[in-house]
Design a protein. Structure first.
Length: 94
């Protein structure tokens, strides 16, 4: 599958990728500073790379992402909101 390129995106809105079944790997571009609650909820993604530009990781961001086994979180000032609830009902991270 060809990568989707979105150079000017600064925010991923709530449930943007909810229940996606065909996207397995996601690399969020460095232009993104905000991800809304439940953005990837119930998707079948397996791997995601978050950019250093990301300010917060909200509650339920990866809720019920049962295939997610690999996540890259940058070592910067990214704030994780609500602790483990970003992975709510996610078997590999709870």
């Amino acid at each position: 599958m060809e990568p989707i390129t979105a150079c000017s995106v600064s925010r991923l809105y709530g449930k943007s990728f909810k229940s996606y079944e065909h996207v397995k790997t996601v690399t969020i571009p460095s232009t993104v500073t905000s991800i809304d609650n439940g953005c990837f909820e119930k998707s079948l993604i397996e791997k995601i790379e978050l950019p250093e530009s990301l300010i917060t990781i909200p509650i339920n961001c990866f809720r019920k992402c049962i295939e997610l086994t690999n996540i890259t979180i940058p070592l910067n000032e990214t704030r994780v909101i609500y602790g483990n609830k970003i992975f709510n009902n996610q078997p590999h991270f709870n």
